[in-house]
Design a protein around this ligand. Structure first.
Ligand SMILES: Cc1cc2nc3c(=O)[nH]c(=O)nc-3n(C[C@H](O)[C@H](O)[C@H](O)COP(=O)(O)OP(=O)(O)OC[C@H]3O[C@@H](n4cnc5c(N)ncnc54)[C@H](O)[C@@H]3O)c2cc1C
Length: 475
């Protein structure tokens, strides 16, 4: 494939951050092209029929609280380009062995009502942050507004720097609230006794109440397709089957934005960087990987606990102790017998995902980076534990280990889905401590992937912020 035109900016990679960067550049009058190595755009937001005909599975991201709340995506007319968000009745359920579940409902009151003695503590924690969530988000795209609860927010900010296990124990007395919080915090991929795992517990809970945990109708691919369609309406161009192996593969342009992680950036453009920058890219740390299984089912998952069938996402890991032990084992390089499983059941709320009466399930657990261990049986056992009869419903399944994931998308280094470890040291200073984390020492070369702030997840903010930086250079 050869692209012979001249551009103001070229984006390498069409993940949500690459597409977001291209859109922001094109919205500002830049002539933009995106080069995607694979034959289909979308990166982590791709969907495909990988089991039986008619069953649509999300290959990467499934549930999009960050995408729906993203202050940048909210500025864009993505609904006019085919995106339709589906909100399950409840964002999340977290079942226990006694047949009951904690449920993160849209309403803080309804959530708290099932948390027994912890109802008041839960409301006190969530109400001020949720009330200000939209205002905080607006701040990042230059739409500041006065906060309603600045003091409560400051205290939540300090709490978020703590570890999730300690915060859950100090705030809540009961297992329900503690475990609900722990499940959200485990999205950090950090051991729950490490800071800032609490930040993820607070963030995902808040997003659930303030925005919901929706997903795109038809699959997460619909988000990538809507971004691409909007980009085309701004005269941006996308070329697929166009892997970039060196800067020489990029057509004539004034700026290049790489939607890749530090390891690839070093391979592609290392010769243009200073020794110090190359050294920092080499030292960049990747986090644990994931082991994923997609199921085609003969019917809905037969959950025991009320609330699970109303939720788009179900966290399977039982108590705070069990979730903490599982995540600590992964951090030690082990494979927990009872892994913490994140499960999504989109077809319950989106009939386009499976033939009538049939269903899809998307599930993964954390594993050590580069793991070659097959976790299929352990994931199935965790689902069966809370939904007896589940395994009898399996019509087909497709498992993906860390190497399969990286083969599919080279950004998933060792199966790390966040573009790098997100501990305190590397969350805000990725890929390295630098005044402008999106720029590199080579004028006109930028990094725009989730290996930059604010990090992993589908929100496009890394791409947007990198594009803002490139626009200053191009001005
Ligand atoms: C299994 C899994 C589950 C996930 N679940 C969720 C979820 O539920 N919610 C959520 O918000 N996030 C989730 N994520 C994370 C989310 O998908 C990522 O954080 C997000 O996609 C990162 O976007 P990105 O644009 O930085 O990179 P990516 O989406 O990884 O895109 C990078 C793109 O660049 C292309 N590329 C790479 N190198 C080159 C090259 N040299 N030349 C040309 N093209 C290249 C790749 O092919 C890819 O298309 C999940 C990810 C995975 C894998």
């Amino acid at each position: 494939m050869s692209v012979s035109r001249t551009y103001d900016a070229v984006v390498v990679g069409s993940g949500p951050n690459g597409l977001a960067a291209a859109v922001e550049l094109a919205r500002n009058g830049m002539r933009v092209a995106v080069l995607e190595g694979r034959s289909i755009i979308g990166g982590g937001t791709r969907s495909a029929q990988i089991t039986l005909p008619g069953f649509v599975h999300d290959l990467g991201s499934a549930i999009h609280p960050l995408g729906y709340a993203s202050p940048f995506f909210r500025l864009l007319p993505l609904e006019d380009h085919g995106l339709k968000w589906i909100h399950p009745q409840a964002p999340l359920a977290h079942p226990f062995d006694d047949g009951e579940a904690a449920v993160l409902e849209r309403s803080i009151g309804a959530t708290a009502a099932r948390l027994g003695h912890d109802a008041v503590a839960y409301r006190r924690l969530m109400e001020p942050i949720s009330a200000d969530a939209g205002r905080i988000a607006g701040f990042f795209v230059g739409r500041p507004s006065l906060l309603r609860h600045p003091l409560a927010l400051a205290s939540s900010g300090i709490r978020s720097l703590r570890n999730a296990e300690g915060l859950a124990r100090s705030l809540f007395e009961g297992e329900r609230a503690r475990s609900l919080f722990a499940g959200n915090a485990a999205h950090s991929f950090l051991p729950l006794d490490r800071s800032p795992s609490a930040m993820f517990g607070l963030l995902l809970g808040t997003l659930g109440h303030a925005f919901g945990w929706p997903f795109p109708k038809g699959g997460s691919q619909a988000l990538a397709d809507a971004l691409a369609s909007y980009l085309a309406s701004l005269s941006g161009e996308i070329y697929t089957g166009a892997p970039v192996r060196s800067v020489d593969d990029v057509p004539r342009t004034r700026a290049v934005l790489f939607d890749v992680t530090p390891r690839q950036l070093l391979d592609i453009a290392g010769e243009h960087f200073t020794e110090g920058y190359c050294g920092a890219l080499k030292r960049y740390r990747y986090g644990p990987g994931v082991f994923k299984v997609d199921f085609a089912l003969d019917g809905p998952v037969p959950w025991e606990a009320e609330g699970c069938a109303r939720a788009g996402t179900v966290h399977l890991g039982g108590t705070l102790e069990e979730v903490t032990a599982g995540e600590s084992a992964v951090a030690r390089g082990e494979h927990p017998e009872r892994p913490f499983v994140l499960l999504a059941q989109q077809s319950l709320f989106d009939p386009t995902r499976a033939p009538e009466g049939k269903h899809t399930v998307w599930a993964y657990c954390h594993v050590p980076n580069g793991s070659t261990f097959d976790m299929t049986g352990r994931i199935e056992a965790q689902i069966e534990r809370f939904a007896p009869g589940f395994t009898d419903l399996i019509l087909d399944k497709r498992a993906a280990g860390t190497a399969d994931l990286e083969r599919w998308n080279p950004n998933l280094v060792g199966g790390d889905i966040n573009g790098g470890y997100m501990d305190l040291r590397q969350l805000f200073t990725r890929p390295m401590p630098r005044l402008n984390p999106y720029s590199t020492p080579a004028g006109g070369l930028y990094i725009c992937s989730s290996s930059t702030p604010p990090g992993g997840g589908v929100h496009g903010m890394c791409g947007y912020l990198a594009a803002r930086s490139a626009l200053r250079y191009l001005a």
